[in-house]
Design a protein around this ligand. Structure first.
Ligand code: NAP
Length: 470
């Protein structure tokens, strides 16, 4: 749903006026429609010499029925082995292309072969001729090796990829996104769910992010239309806003959703759960016995749980000099202590199934800090610490833990912000607008997917590359 300013700049009058007045024209972003293919449009694939991901990349693109193009002979062979016959995109000496006006929906580059600063020029060689050939809501994906797994010049060069991706995210425009995925050695077979997410309109508001994929055990066969079929997902704070969108999206992906919210919101919660065929639980996550009550219910009614999304959150903004201790305590209790206690109880009672997924909801405020939000920012930075602290223990239990950090998302929470600050929050991002609750929900659905076993310990900002917190 475009905001008022976008409605103006995309109207007949606005389209004429905005460029003359030098006003920004935030694009309408494409979002996922059920049944849609992962990527609709041509995908150009390239690789630095020695890249190790091309065979896997070709396999994913074939399974996703993508229209694949490549510039290189060597890649053609690897693609051929995966059963793909890519179209050829050749660049003439003067930078022009025999493919003429061909435009691409996605540019995917395997940079794992980049081993020193000199060889970073492979990025320029691949992206320069196509820098103006990306279609609206296009995708740039660079694949690398986690720098911490390497030494010396290769480590330096792989770390350098972040700057490239964050810049293309700001430069290419027209609603495009640009992301870097570091794939650990031996985790090549884990890339499909992540590639599909970043290629698709599901990642409409995720840009400039760096994700790490590790070994996640055997990859199950995934029904990509319903990757959560047969799973039970708990979503706290599910009656409205981002929580409601998470519940809807996980249900769309096949999960039975157990929505939880406080008693005064029971009617709203029941309405949402009825709509998506889920079930409701009403209590306050900060009650002393909330974790025990919750786990007992999940075990009795569902035999445990597969996906847990700690979404319930509150703000109680005041400058620190004016903040009462109880205001501090309330925010830390809901946003941080409740997720910690509930997760501890789930693990203690062995109620999180193997292949389970825990997702925290942090915030850009937890990364950048915010005036008047010392309590909130502390709690949300704590959510990042919660992911760091638990990632090894959770992986050992055959599960994953990750967090999203939403930036400016259009909800009741942000509608209450004064208009000047609200407009700045919207426009100060590479995409020039606020995100929608569904953008956060889609990112959580990617973490939750049965195919995301290798995605562990990540904090992904859903912020349209917001400059606040950059
Ligand atoms: P929201 O509309 O206020 O929804 C949060 C839900 O959690 C509400 O239904 C809320 O009920 C419920 N809740 C609060 N305390 C609870 C408790 N003790 N036990 C059970 N449920 C409780 O907020 P939202 O904008 O959708 O935000 C959802 C999450 O995203 C939060 O964690 C928030 O911090 C985070 N986030 C949002 C944004 C944004 O731009 N909107 C940005 C960054 C992060 P009541 O509030 O009525 O008590």
């Amino acid at each position: 749903m475009p905001d008022l300013y976008q409605q103006f700049t995309t109207s007949f009058v606005g389209r004429q006026l905005a460029p003359r007045l030098g006003l920004p024209q935030p694009p309408i972003l494409e979002r996922y429609r059920p049944g849609q293919r992962t990527v609709e449009g041509a995908v150009l694939v390239g690789a630095a010499p020695g890249g190790r991901l091309v065979p896997q990349l070709a396999k994913v693109l074939k399974d996703a029925e993508a229209e694949v193009w490549t510039a290189e002979g060597e890649l053609r062979e690897a693609a051929g082995e995966a059963g793909l016959s890519p179209k050829i995109f050749s660049v003439n000496g003067d930078g022009s292309s025999a493919a003429g006006d061909q435009r691409f929906k996605a540019l995917v580059f395997d940079a794992t072969g980049i081993s020193d600063a000199e060889s970073l020029k492979a990025l320029h060689a691949f992206f320069h001729p196509v820098a103006r050939k990306l279609r609206p809501s296009g995708r740039v994906i660079v694949l690398g090796t986690p720098p911490e797994d390497l030494d010396g010049a290769a480590r330096v060069a792989q770390r350098a990829l972040e700057g490239f991706v964050r810049s293309t995210g700001k430069e290419f425009g027209k609603g495009s996104t640009s992301n870097l995925v570091y794939v650990g050695q031996g985790a090549e077979d884990q890339i499909e769910s992540t590639l599909r997410f970043f290629l698709s309109p599901k990642s409409a508001f995720v840009s400039g992010q760096v994700t790490r994929i590790g070994k996640g055990g055997a990859v199950p066969a995934v029904d990509w239309e319903h990757p959560l079929k047969g799973k039970v997902a708990l979503v706290t704070g599910a009656s409205r806003g981002i929580g409601e969108a998470i519940a809807e999206t996980l249900a769309r992906d096949g999960a039975h959703v157990v929505g939880l919210d406080i008693e005064p919101l029971a009617d709203d919660l029941n309405r949402v759960m009825e709509r998506i065929g889920g079930s409701s639980l009403t209590f306050d996550v900060t009650e002393d016995d909330a974790p025990q009550k919750l786990v007992a219910q999940l075990k009795a009614e569902h035999g445990g749980v597969d996906v847990v999304v700690h979404n319930a959150g509150i703000t109680r903004d005041k400058r620190l000099a004016n903040m009462k201790p109880e205001t501090w305590d309330q925010v830390i209790a809901v946003n941080l202590i409740a997720p910690e206690r509930i997760t501890a109880e789930l693990l203690k009672q062995d109620a999180l199934h193997r292949g389970g997924r825990i997702v925290g909801v942090s915030s850009i405020a937890g990364i950048a800090g915010n005036n008047g939000q010392t309590n909130y920012a502390t709690s949300k930075a704590g959510v990042i610490g919660f992911v760091d602290a638990l990632e090894d223990e959770i992986a050992a239990a055959g599960a994953t833990i990750n967090a999203v950090a939403p930036g400016f998302i259009e909800t009741q929470m942000t509608a209450a912000i004064p208009i000047g600050i609200r407009e700045a929050g919207r426009r100060l991002s590479s995409l020039g607008q606020g995100g929608q609750p569904v953008d956060v929900a889609e990112t959580i659905a990617w973490f939750a997917s049965a195919g995301s076993g290798g995605v562990n310990g990540n904090v992904v900002r859903v912020c349209g590359q917001g400059l606040i917190g950059a």
